[in-house]
Ligand binder design. Structure first.
Ligand code: ADP
Length: 255
């Protein structure tokens, strides 16, 4: 179930973003990527989300090189990897509909048929996971509210619930709390730890290194086109090997 970028080189046009970056995530661990703005955190997440193919190197999932397998297999893999972006984009519909959306995408036609039939005969509505996910982010009581009436922080919590309801094996989070106040940030961080408890492998990119310190098991430091160091969180923050990591953490390296 490991998702791994292996010696990845990537860039845009003439601009190099990475020259040989490797990073893995396994079920039930939280990996933080820290680094200044513009260093390539989103780019790395997009590669791990299988949105883009690396210019060189490979991305492996379940021991397959994902750009060597059939498109159908890659699509299947992509469905097992959830992503939450910095800004929630919700539909003009109820909170429940928004949280269910990923489920509907994931369901096969047979599941959908069963779901339609069960709602006709008034049995289970088939949305248990979405409600449970909304519960995880403390929004169960808002299921019938229109998503457009939510605050920015609540909207992001719904986006997170949508990703959780989907029951991904891997969850990629791109600066998910950078626009949020401390309370909403704390709810999302708790939900990340809950996802980890459920065995989901989480990668969170953040420019807030204290967030990584609070919730990550391992931290990768992305600086100067490279992951200069990756290790368990305590070591990275207390006893880093690379002098640049220490300077970055202590705020001496300004980019
Ligand atoms: P971060 O997430 O760490 O802020 P990004 O991955 O967004 O960094 O960006 C890394 C570099 O790649 C930046 O210099 C950015 O301008 C550039 N970049 C990102 N996306 C694109 C794109 N689609 N086209 C061209 N350049 C891009």
């Amino acid at each position: 179930m490991t998702l791994e970028a292996i010696d990845v080189h990537h860039g845009y046009g003439n601009e190099t973003v990475f020259e040989g970056v490797s990073l893995s995530v396994t079920p039930g661990e939280v990996v933080g990527i820290i680094g200044p703005s513009g260093v390539g955190k989103s780019t790395l997440l997009r590669l791990l989300a299988l949105f883009d193919a690396p210019n060189r190197g490979s991305v492996s999932y379940k021991n397959d090189d994902v750009w060597q397998v059939s498109e159908q297999r890659r699509l299947e893999y992509r469905r097992q990897i959830g992503m939450v972006f910095q800004e929630a984009s919700l539909f003009d519909a109820s909170v429940r509909r928004n949280a269910e959306y990923g489920l509907r995408v994931r369901q096969t036609w047979a599941d959908r048929l069963r779901h339609e039939l069960s709602s006709i005969v008034g049995k289970t509505n088939g949305t248990g996971d979405a409600i449970e996910a909304l519960d995880t982010v403390g929004l169960r009581e808002k299921v019938d509210q229109d998503a457009s009436s939510l605050s920015g922080g609540e909207a992001q919590r719904v986006a997170f619930a949508r990703a959780l309801a989907y029951e991904p094996d891997i969850l990629l989070l791109d600066e998910p709390t950078s626009d949020l106040d401390p309370r909403n940030t704390a709810v999302i961080e708790e939900a990340v730890l809950e996802a980890k408890k459920r065995g989901i492998g989480v990668v969170i990119a953040t420019h807030d290194m204290h967030q990584a310190e609070r919730i990550a098991d391992r931290v990768a430091v992305l600086l100067e086109n490279d992951i200069i160091e990756v290790g368990d969180t305590e070591t990275i923050f207390e006893n880093p090997t690379d002098e640049r990591t220490r300077k970055f953490i202590e705020g001496e390296l300004v980019y």
